[in-house]
Design a protein around this ligand. Sequence first.
Ligand SMILES: [Zn+2]
Length: 210
Amino acid sequence: MLVDIEKVAAITAEVCRRMLALDPARVPIGVSNRHVHLDQADLYTLFGLDAFEVLKPVRQPGEFAAVQRVDVIGPRATFKNVRCMGPCRKASQVELSLTDARALGIQAPVTQSGHLENAAWVEIVGPHGTVRRQAAIAAARHIHMGDRHAAALGLQNQDLVRVAFEGTRGGVLDNFIIRTKPEWVPEIHLDTDEANALGVTSEDFGRIVR
Ligand SMILES: [Zn+2]
């Protein structure tokens, strides 16, 4: 039997490509710029609306960047036109980098989304009204994924992992919280401080190394 070397090479390359694509430890990065989530009541107060208008979907199914934008006011500065993300949450939440927090003149705790006990107070201003809320946090590093993806890595919701990033400013960061929901797609969420320090963008990947 004659072996077709070119065919073998092509098949080998394809197998390597598929193995990489199926490597569950290699996860796309999503860089989060400062943004605001609103609850139903605050959305109505600020915009006179019962639901956000969709500007464009983001990677996580059902979630989107909204048309609506707000001003966020701290003691030292105001951020104009901060993007709202929909749909509405249980409680309004302002997600900032630590650089943003410093510029606003507030001390935003590094904490998980929804944990607002120690959040900083800010004013949120829309075209129809203003609210003052204990809502500003720096989101703790986290990775979204579905339950099966987590299981394939031997992980479960709330586990902590390390992630390696490639590139000239690459490095390994600790304390990424694994967060699972059946409908989530794998995505490493970094804020702009972290992404800039590592020199990575939403086009790049990180690797879970435990
Ligand atoms: Zn996230």
